[in-house]
Design a binder for this molecule. Structure first.
Ligand SMILES: Nc1ncnc2c1ncn2[C@@H]1O[C@H](COP(=O)(O)OP(=O)(O)O)[C@@H](O)[C@H]1O
Ligand SMILES: O=C(CO)[C@@H](O)[C@@H](O)COP(=O)(O)O
Length: 562
């Protein structure tokens, strides 16, 4: 019998990665990465205003390039006929305004350069005011529609972004028929959808970001949204009432995309989901093991059997949704808005002279300048990690709070800012890096504490994503700060692999995604164990981190160590 292959596509914050996988065992046959060109040039973004927009063409070009590249790299002659399914995960909440035909407005000539007509990336925080209004309005409402999203609505999410967009841009408002998550748009595109009302919405995105819940028989009613702002009046009726888990097909590849990708029209396209949800599956999540997808941000994923969870509602996380990770279980999501992005911020800061002064050195050729810059970009975090690991640590060493992009969990507040204290003339770059790295680990610990305080035991940690693979320094620190072992998954592309597992299930190659996970999972490569000698100093410094965080948040007085 001929082999079956599946494709998993993972849309990250900076790039899209596709993997071609043997559906029987999960072996990766080929992979391909595409960095979004417009995004890389910084187009349509304004970091100072927390505006981060992505053009749909970056996604579409990347889809075609990576899938074709995987097929070509496979070297398998009739691979186009052997691929059975494709599934997609994306960041989220990353929604876009579409017209009645489901076309993102930025794909229309009149909106092609308008950031409000593009995908609003998860980390865009331009809707802080709107999120606050949603929270205020819900407090006075008879029904608590925020009960399944941790009790606080975030500016990273669907409704806050829609409200902000229709407020600031009357032309976009006029042209907007519906509002669609990236993870729901791509399957719609691949299946040749022609009507926005027919877009299949994933329960993952709908439950965690759009306030959809079976208990509410769908989305909250129109009155609720119209009460927040009359500009939202009527949207609910044009959105959706039904949702789907990602083990289900969204449809089959349409002729146009079958031809563009070199695949057949019998290829099943699975229902999409968020990157970290599929990543948790790719990384072989187990009940009560916190699967930490550590990249630009972190998403901390947990599954619990429905019957065991009973009526527990965890406060201050990004939601608990039936079937959002594994169909049949409650999927919970928490996270940090800046994790790898916190190190990337410091890297940008330290490379300022390289970006700004190197071009002034006329004696250097362009090639030499570029080589210097590339070497610095590639090596900086690695060298900082080596040096930071060798520094002595005391209770008074430099200390930071990690809210460089606001606080996602516990208790979302994207308007919060980061802080660093304890600087002195002897403070060097590795010391600042260590403080920031430590702060991201402390932020991670605060999430574990929240779950435990709310009655959800955490049995262990699973580490996935770019930072888990690239930084032994931060992973060892994480194990020490948490006083818990952290198992690092073998797969380089857990999110894309998870998407491939869902593709195989949607195509009927497996009955349940748990079976796909069992057969296709790649296992773990190593475990970082907590080191006894570091536990007490981190425990002490964690208390200081909480005090500094409280000071930043409430401007209360700080305890002083003499
Ligand atoms: N050596 C390193 N140590 C710590 N962080 C790193 C290192 N190299 C890269 N990173 C961080 O990894 C992050 C990217 O993670 P990745 O999982 O590849 O991306 P994404 O979040 O888009 O899925 C960046 O924010 C970057 O700062
Ligand atoms: O917030 C979510 C999902 O809810 C993520 O998509 C978002 O943090 C982006 O993740 P990355 O850090 O780019 O992997």
């Amino acid at each position: 019998m001929s082999k079956s292959y599946v494709i998993g596509v993972d849309y990250g914050s900076d790039s899209v990665r596709s993997v071609l996988v043997d559906a029987s065992c999960g072996a990766e046959i080929a992979s391909s990465v595409f960095y979004y060109p417009r995004w890389k040039r910084g187009e349509f973004c304004n970091a100072a205003r927390s505006q981060f927009r992505q053009h749909p063409l970056d996604y579409i070009e990347g889809l075609e390039a990576t899938v074709k590249d995987c097929l070509q790299k496979s070297g398998i002659q009739n691979i186009g006929e052997l691929v059975k399914a494709i599934s997609v995960d994306t960041t989220g909440s990353t929604p876009v305004a579409v017209n009645e035909a489901g076309v993102p407005l930025a794909l229309l000539p009149e909106f092609k350069d308008n950031p409000n007509a593009m995908f609003i990336l998860w980390k865009d925080h331009t809707a802080v005011k709107e999120a606050k209004e949603i929270n205020r309005y819900t407090q006075g409402n008879a029904v608590n529609y925020l009960k399944y999203v941790g009790g606080i609505y975030s500016s990273e999410w669907f409704w806050a972004k829609l409200l902000h967009t229709v407020r600031v841009d009357p032309q976009v408002r006029q042209a907007t028929f519906s509002w669609v998550e990236h993870c729901d748009y791509i399957p719609f595109l691949l299946t040749g959808g022609k009507q926005a009302s027919a877009i299949k919405r994933s329960v993952c995105a709908a439950g965690h970001k759009s306030l959809w819940a079976a208990e509410f028989a769908g989305l909250p009613p129109n009155d609720f949204f119209a009460g927040i702002d009359p500009l939202l009046d009527g949207f609910v009726d044009r959105l959706f009432s039904q949702t789907y888990t990602s083990d289900m097909p969204a449809g089959k590849l349409c002729p146009e995309w079958a031809e563009r990708l070199g695949l057949s029209t019998s290829v099943v396209v699975g229902v999409g989901a968020f990157d970290c949800h599929m990543g948790a599956v790719g990384g072989q999540i187990e009940p009560y093991y916190l699967s930490k997808v550590m990249g630009t941000s972190t998403c901390d994923m947990l599954v619990a059997p429905k019957e065991e969870l009973a009526d527990v509602l965890v406060k201050g996380i990004c939601g608990q949704v039936d079937g959002s990770i594994i169909p049949g279980m409650i999927g919970m999501e928490a996270g940090q808005s800046a994790f790898g992005d916190a190190y990337a911020w410091l890297k940008q800061l330290l490379l300022w002279p390289a970006y700004n002064l190197l071009p002034e050195l006329e004696d250097l050729s362009d090639t030499v300048r570029e080589n210097i810059l590339t070497a610095m970009e590639e090596k900086l975090l690695l060298r900082l990690s080596e040096k930071a690991a060798a520094l002595p640590l005391t209770v008074d060493s430099e200390l930071a709070v990690d809210w460089l992009n606001g606080r996602r969990t516990p208790d979302a507040d994207q308007s919060l800012k980061a802080a660093i204290m304890g600087l002195q003339l002897g403070t060097d770059a590795p010391a600042v890096f260590r403080a920031i790295a430590e702060a991201t680990c402390f932020g991670a610990k605060a999430i574990v504490e929240r779950f435990v305080d709310q009655g959800i035991p955490i049995k262990g940690l699973i580490g996935l994503g770019g930072v888990a693979k690239k930084s032994p320094f931060i992973m060892q620190m994480m194990a020490n700060v948490m006083n818990m072992p952290i198992r690092i998954h073998k797969s380089e592309q857990t999110c894309a692999l998870g998407a491939a597992m869902f593709a195989a299930t949607a195509a009927g190659l497996y009955d349940r995604v748990e079976d796909a996970m069992q057969a296709m999972g790649q296992g773990f490569e190593c475990t970082y164990e907590p080191q006894q000698e570091w536990l007490s100093i981190y425990a002490e410094r964690y208390e200081k981190y909480k005090a500094l965080g409280a000071f930043v948040e409430h401007r209360v007085s700080m305890p002083v160590t003499v």
